[in-house]
Design a protein around this ligand. Structure first.
Ligand code: THU
Length: 136
């Protein structure tokens, strides 16, 4: 898909964001290694902490449909500047899509890109978890 098409798609997705509490709408597209695209927007709750970001909505949709290998995540949010994934999303992206590049659009359509490894240096991961000891 061409960059202009992706940007147009993100603009459409963003319109549907359920962001009635913050009024900050975010759209994400996750591209799988085999070229499928999964969309997401932020879904907010009146119990604010239950809100889920656009990136995780898109990634969880892709995972729950069976995708496991990812190439890119595209992002568009409200405001002047392009935004990058929040810390919680960085962790989840690192857990499930450690090889992705994140492409962050500003509202004029200009984009910046960074790998998740650069966005989350020295990440926590499964290698840090010790095996559970079930002996009591
Ligand atoms: N948000 C996202 O969807 N993705 C991000 O990377 C940053 C923040 C959402 C969460 C909340 O609905 C709103 O933006 C304001 O924080």
């Amino acid at each position: 898909m061409k960059t202009a098409e992706i940007f147009a798609r993100l603009q459409d997705i963003q319109k549907n964001a359920l962001a009635g509490f913050s009024h900050f709408r975010v759209a994400a597209l996750v591209e799988t290694e085999d070229g499928q695209m999964f969309s997401g927007f932020n879904i907010e709750s009146s119990s604010y902490g239950l809100t889920i970001c656009a990136e995780r909505v898109a990634l969880f949709k892709a995972l729950s449909e069976g995708s496991r290998k990812f190439k890119r995540i595209y992002l568009l949010c409200d405001g002047e500047q392009a935004c990058s994934p929040c810390g919680a999303c960085r962790q989840v992206i690192m857990d499930y899509a450690p090889d992705v590049e994140i492409i962050m659009f500003d509202r004029s359509g200009k984009s910046d890109r960074m790998s998740i490894r650069d966005l989350l240096p020295r990440a926590f991961g499964p290698e840090h978890l010790t095996k559970p000891d079930h002996s009591c």
